[in-house]
Design a protein around this ligand. Structure first.
Ligand code: DGJ
Length: 735
């Protein structure tokens, strides 16, 4: 629909037509709008982003708003401000001046794309500013496409995906930081004068130390269920830079894109460069509202198989580490099947011929089964899985090699290495990264998955690991004048491999793992079904990590496993009940040697797995409402998921500290229908007596206004008492 305004036309992205004249571009989703001014022959200007605009308000805004800021500032004229794009033309000129040529729209399968086509006033330099919207998601994806017809190659010095001005006020940013085994820690801070930057330079694992996503609370300290929040997620697997420049204007200036450091990109005439999408959302319902927007978009459009329920699995890593053998795998399969599990995944240690993989210092690249450990081969493992009636999955780390490997002996030229320098080695003192800019390497990596899947089509799941940073700046494939393309071409090659795998094996479940949570990003998620949140499986620390992760990623993608006590990373002894209650808030799995569990423990797990099957649709496809943050240090953390129809909900309550006579807040629920009545049933009960409200029904209105009084401790026999307490409540509508 084009609505004539005083100045031009409003394009509602859901119903678009093309106008050849001056355009005022209104891009709307169900509940949000972005308004730009894009007059032909003029600059494209930002007017508004936020709650959905009526067409009349949009028209009035076009007349009254100041249009102070470019929608995508470029460098060269008016230099003092930060810019999104800076180039050096073939003749050395470092300026850009882009004007609108036209605005058009087209339909993709499930989305609409609005393209604002821009050209430099003098040079044959072209840039498209693109916006994608979906009819069923409150997300606007934006990116740029750059090309030129200049005589000489140009250099892209800075090339952000997007820019957004944010009106000053009491604006706070929430973002994730961390490190190995402590990923996705939540930081919340007000934006202050100067630059607030969030960046990654790892080369491979871009979500260990920081995340490429932010929430921006526009009206004061971030709140979970109230307040206006803009969410932004860069959909990129490599190095990134997100920053806020708080200058002397009335605005904070937000930029997001590939980290251009050491990555200047030369573009020849007619070549094109596409920046990764920045996904933007807006919600009036606080941080949780923005999370729900990201989650719904992710499940529908941005994670592989987002509409398919995930299986409950046992992964072998913490159970046996590298000690893989046929009998051991069979025993683990038998045990997980007996507890109701649906899938067994054999982790690291199964491969290597000349160099057996007994620890982390050899064999990556030699993806042949170690017949000494597995004389019946993968066929034997699949036969065992079939015997137990479960599915089989396998671990690989395909982007890597060890210098102690047959692959490296054959192809030393396939690894990233700086010319004239000794190679810097990673994990195990021998690990190296394959050069994914090289098409032969891309074929090899695709072939690892393809060989496994053509030889053993029954493989149901692949855990794709990546345990090293890029430690050597040097591609042995790229020419010397393109060495600065290395990071970008690595991720371009990685994407191509992923696309080939997905085209051929759409139903295969793929887990993105990178030393734990190093690959939780929307660059990889279109190809992966889920990610491993962290190598730290300690339930208490997981509450904090999963809380942060849930800001941007849905539970269906968050692999969350019940592991042993004492925990292998923190050595904390946490009772099984609590470990289960935490793992059940994500994609439930186990990471334990079941033969070391008691019968009583197995029975508790069996019951939990059965119950998880009941609540799985609510957890994996429901809407999240975070209620009490562990980061607020109130002694308790709590969240819930509700079904889209609001007829079912699952409420989680985990005590995070334990003191005698402490006082915890009573937690109000959220996301229920006020008019519906819900029967409450506790899952994973260990108490001798049911809770007072077990089986009782309450209105949604009451539960959201008051919550339920949850006992602080479990009433169990004296010898079973401990300092942990948690509850999972299942709420079902009473008709
Ligand atoms: C790191 C992963 O995060 C672990 O889960 C495990 O797969 C190991 N690698 C295996 O080497």
């Amino acid at each position: 629909m084009n609505i004539k305004s005083k100045f031009g036309y409003l394009c509602c992205a859901s119903l678009l037509t093309t106008s050849l004249w001056a355009q005022d571009v209104l891009i709307s989703t169900r509940n949000t709008s972005l308004l730009l001014d894009a007059p032909v022959g003029g600059e494209v200007r930002f007017i508004y982003y936020g709650d959905k605009l009526s067409t009349s308000d949009a028209a009035t805004l076009l007349e009254t708003e100041q249009k102070t800021f470019s929608a995508y500032p470029v460098y060269g004229l008016n230099c003092p401000s930060e810019s999104a794009l800076s180039v050096t033309h073939g003749d050395g000129n470092m300026t850009l001046q882009l004007e609108v040529i036209k605005v058009d729209t087209r339909k993709e399968q499930t989305a609409d794309i609005t393209t604002i086509r821009l050209k430099d006033k003098v040079y044959p330099f072209y840039m498209n500013l693109c916006y994608r919207t979906y009819p069923d998601a409150d997300i606007i994806e934006t990116w740029t496409e750059i090309t030129h017809e200049e005589k000489k190659a140009i250099t892209l010095n800075r090339f952000a995906s997007a820019y957004l001005p944010i009106r000053k006020g009491d604006v706070w940013v929430s973002h994730l930081y961390g490190s190995w085994a402590n990923e996705a820690q939540l930081a919340q801070e007000p934006l202050r004068p100067g630059i607030k930057m969030i960046k990654n330079k790892d080369g491979i694992r871009n979500s260990h130390t920081a995340h490429a996503e932010v929430m921006i609370s526009l009206d004061g300290k971030p709140k979970e269920n109230t307040g206006s929040v803009i969410g932004a997620a860069l959909c990129y697997s490599g190095n990134y830079k997100l920053f806020f420049d708080t200058d002397d204007s009335d605005y904070h200036h937000f930029f997001a894109g590939i980290n251009e450091e050491n990555s200047a990109y030369t573009l020849k005439a007619k070549e094109s460069f596409r920046t990764p999408e920045l996904a933007l959302t807006y919600s009036k319902d606080g941080l949780s509202g923005s999370s729900r927007n990201f989650h719904a978009w992710a499940r529908k459009h941005k994670i592989a198989n987002g509409a398919t329920a995930r299986k409950i699995l046992l992964n072998s890593w913490e159970g046996v580490y590298f000690d893989i053998n046929q009998e051991g795998m069979d025993q683990m399969m038998s045990d997980i099947q007996s507890m109701g599990g649906e899938l067994f995944v054999m982790d690291d240690g199964w491969f290597g011929d000349k160099y057996p993989r007994n620890k982390d210092n050899s064999s990556l690249g030699d993806w042949m089964v170690d017949a000494r450990k597995l004389p019946r081969g993968i066929e034997g493992l699949i036969a065992d899985a079939n015997k137990h009636g479960i599915k089989f999955g396998i671990w690989i780390e395909p982007e890597m090699a060890n210098t102690t490997s047959e692959l490296y002996e054959k192809h030393p030229e396939w690894v990233l290495k700086a010319p004239n320098r000794e190679i810097v080695l990673g994990r195990g003192g021998t690990q190296v990264v394959l050069d994914l800019s090289n098409p032969e390497v891309q074929d090899f990596i695709f072939g690892i998955v393809d060989n496994l899947m053509t030889t053993y089509p029954e493989i149901d799941y692949i855990k794709w690991d990546a345990n090293m940073s890029i430690l050597n700046h040097g591609s042995q494939y790229l020419p010397s004048d393109q060495q600065s393309h290395m990071y970008i071409e690595y991720h371009g090659g990685f994407k191509k491999v992923c696309e080939r795998i997905r085209a051929k094996y759409p139903d295969l479940t793929l887990q993105a793992c990178a030393s734990g949570g190093g690959r939780a990003n929307y660059g990889v998620m279109p190809y992966f079904d889920e990610f491993w949140v962290s190598d730290n499986t300690d339930a208490l620390q997981r509450i904090y990590m999963q809380w942060g992760t849930s800001y941007f990623f849905p539970a269906i993608a968050m692999a969350s496993h019940i592991s042993a006590a004492p925990n292998h990373q923190t050595f904390r002894v946490i009772p099984l009940k609590y470990r289960i209650d935490v793992a059940m808030s994500g994609r439930l799995g186990m990471e334990i040697q079941p033969k070391n569990m008691t019968e009583e423990e197995k029975t508790l797990c069996r019951k939990a797995i059965a119950d998880y099957k009941t609540i799985r649709p609510v957890v994996q496809f429901g809407d999240i409402y975070r209620l009490v943050s562990p980061y607020d240090r109130l002694g308790v953390a709590s969240l819930m998921y509700t079904s889209p129809e609001k007829d079912k909900a699952v409420f989680y309550w985990w005590k995070t500290e334990h003191f005698v006579n402490q006082h915890l807040p009573r937690v109000k629920m959220n996301g229920l229908s006020p008019d519906k009545k819900y029967r409450v049933c506790e899952l994973n009960r260990i108490d001798n007596e049911p809770l007072a409200f077990e089986g009782k029904a309450f209105t949604g209105e009451y539960l959201m206004a008051n919550g339920l009084e949850i006992p602080y401790n479990h009433i169990v026999d004296y010898h079973k008492q401990n300092d942990y307490s948690s509850r999972v409540l299942y709420l079902e509508e009473v008709k």
